[in-house]
Design a protein around this ligand. Structure first.
Ligand code: AMP
Length: 141
């Protein structure tokens, strides 16, 4: 059975998309630790990220780097933090989080309730910056 992330990628389940290419999809986490909390997923469904073939792992991380760049450009934060867990959804993914301190990487914190229109706005801002970077500044990658 397809994972929930494969169903999101297929458009069967709605998501707040922030970036996409032929092999990857990025969208806002529905239970964010912080505003802008993003998941970066390979379209090829593999359970555990460190079981990905070497080239697919490298491509996923290169795509995540571009998403992180767009996030950093539009979200007020010091850094984009990176985490891998995969305890809940058996489809490889990387968490990207706008952070200002170590404590912002706390996944035990109460999840933020962000209204749908705000989620939509955050996703649109990251999406537009990602697209702009792709077309105007491909050299930064
Ligand atoms: P983990 O597998 O432990 O890395 O956690 C999976 C993450 O996916 C959690 O942070 C969930 O909030 C998130 N998640 C689960 N279902 C959805 C969904 N339909 N849309 C967006 N994020 C989701």
């Amino acid at each position: 059975m397809a994972s929930i992330f494969s169903r999101i990628i297929a458009g069967e389940i709605p998501s707040y998309k922030v970036a996409e290419d032929d092999k990857h999809y990025a969208f806002l986490d529905i239970n964010p630790v912080a505003p802008g909390h993003t998941l970066v997923v390979p379209k090829h469904e593999v359970d555990y990220i460190f079981d990905l073939p070497q080239d697919e792992y490298a491509e996923l991380m290169a795509f995540a780097k571009k998403v992180a760049k767009a996030m950093k450009d539009v979200m007020p934060c010091k850094r984009i933090g990176v985490a891998v867990m995969g305890l809940e959804v058996p489809h490889a993914h990387v968490h990207l989080l706008p952070i200002n301190s170590e404590s912002d990487m706390n996944f035990f914190t109460e999840k933020k309730q962000i209204p749908a229109d705000e989620m939509k706005d955050i996703a649109a801002r990251i999406f537009n910056k990602f697209e702009e970077n792709e077309t105007s500044h491909p050299e930064i990658f």
